[in-house]
Design a protein around this ligand. Structure first.
Ligand code: ATP
Length: 290
């Protein structure tokens, strides 16, 4: 009988992000291509007799019952009437409040981990529903890879693993509240929209240049207005050789696509001197892919 399990929780970036309108339930209607990257939190879940305990390596993340990993454990253990408890250790490598789905991916990893640890009879569809109750990005984090997400972000169409991308991610030294960004969003203030269909066509044809041509994020119209530095970082990355640079999610993280490792490594070294939370990453490949 296994008593503990360790799993990786990959961050995501949005390669396109479009908003199609506001729904009667208050959520926005999204159309976004999400992509997992190999920037990973490491989650260890240990069985214990009772209760849920969370320990994280980051001072920025609260260890109490508001932690998404805690809430994920509570939901699934309660739903399946598990009397036992768990101790969850999160080695936090994904920057917090960054637009990289750090909390959502931890929650997804905990749901999968507890299913395995307690051998619970939960199918993927039910796990998806439990995940959605925790947050709109959790279903994608459960599924992984690359997907077109619509609805609140929970209607997922898997895309092939066509390209392995090399990226530099820069997280400016402040957090952004996703809810506040969506609240401030005004369609008439958007200057550039992604062409999602054209993006997907290029993606499926392994056409990196075509794909980059169609990458846009409409939420830049909110977060860039508030933090002009985001635009400066994007321009700097392009000057350093990136084919394209956009903000991820509600920001403030910026991602830049490079077609070769050398200029990406150079950009990483240069930007890291002024922005501590800079990362060089590639697409996250699930076991058995490629
Ligand atoms: P998204 O891209 O899904 O909108 P994000 O990357 O912008 O999310 P997170 O890093 O998930 O943002 O953090 C958002 C908030 O969630 C923070 O205020 C943080 O304290 C809280 N939070 C709760 N649990 C966690 C967790 N396990 N990891 C990170 N943040 C968490």
């Amino acid at each position: 009988m296994i008593t503990s399990i360790t799993i990786s929780a990959p961050a995501k970036v949005n390669l396109t992000l479009d908003i199609k309108g506001k729904r009667p339930d208050g959520y926005h209607e999204l159309e976004t291509v999400m992509h997992q990257i190999n920037l990973l939190d490491i989650i260890t879940i240990e069985k214990q007799e009772t209760g849920i305990e969370v320990v994280t390596s980051s001072e920025l993340v609260i260890d109490d019952e508001t932690n998404l990993a805690y809430r994920a454990a509570a939901l699934i253990l309660e739903k399946y009437n598990c009397q036992a408890g768990v101790k969850i250790n999160i080695q936090k490598n994904i920057p917090v409040g960054a637009g990289l789905a750090g909390g959502s991916t931890d929650a997804a990893a905990v749901l999968k981990g507890i299913r395995q640890l307690f051998d619970l009879p939960v199918d993927d569809r039910t796990l998806h529903e439990i995940g959605l109750a925790l947050g709109s990005d959790v279903p994608f984090c459960l599924q992984g890879g690359t997907a077109l997400a619509t609805g609140r972000g929970e209607i997922l169409s898997m895309l092939p693993d066509s390209l392995v991308l090399t990226m530099v991610i820069v997280k400016p030294p402040y957090q952004v509240s996703t809810a506040e960004v969506y609240k401030a969003f005004r369609l008439e203030q958007v200057k550039r929209f992604p062409d999602t269909n054209a993006f997907i066509e290029s993606w499926c044809n392994c056409d990196m240049i075509g794909m980059c041509d169609h990458m846009e994020n409409v939420l830049e119209s909110v977060t860039e207005e508030q933090y002009a530095e985001i635009k400066t970082i994007k321009n700097q990355l392009v000057q350093l050789g990136a084919i394209k640079s956009i903000m991820s999610g509600s920001g403030p993280s910026v991602l830049a696509i490079f077609d070769q490792l050398a200029p990406a490594a150079r950009a990483f070294e240069i930007i890291k001197k002024t922005c501590q939370e800079t990362y060089i990453v590639s697409s996250y490949l699930k076991e058995g892919v490629l």
